[in-house]
Design a protein around this ligand. Sequence first.
Ligand SMILES: O=C(O)C(=O)C[C@]1(C(=O)O)C=C[C@@H](O)C=C1
Length: 87
Amino acid sequence: MDISDWRRKIDELDVEIVRLISQRAEAARAIGEIKKTADLPVYEPRREQEVFDRVRKANPGPLADAELLHVYERIIDVMRTLQRRDL
Ligand SMILES: O=C(O)C(=O)C[C@]1(C(=O)O)C=C[C@@H](O)C=C1
């Protein structure tokens, strides 16, 4: 594969990643509604630790666990922002 083939591959993967992140955000938004109704805090550190542990286990490489977790910290950060925005 040449550089334009790899870029096409990245373009396709990005569309898929955006679709999955949007589905994740939709689930987080629904959880935010439930938390609001039950008067529960948005930030749930123990649950976030479980998510990070699962991500670490699922990591096939080539990214190091710390690099992948860095991406996930940002993802969860925006999920919390979405939940607070809907409050
Ligand atoms: O599981 C929850 O309680 C969520 O709100 C979802 C989520 C996540 O994006 O994974 C977001 C914020 C919480 O701190 C923990 C996890």
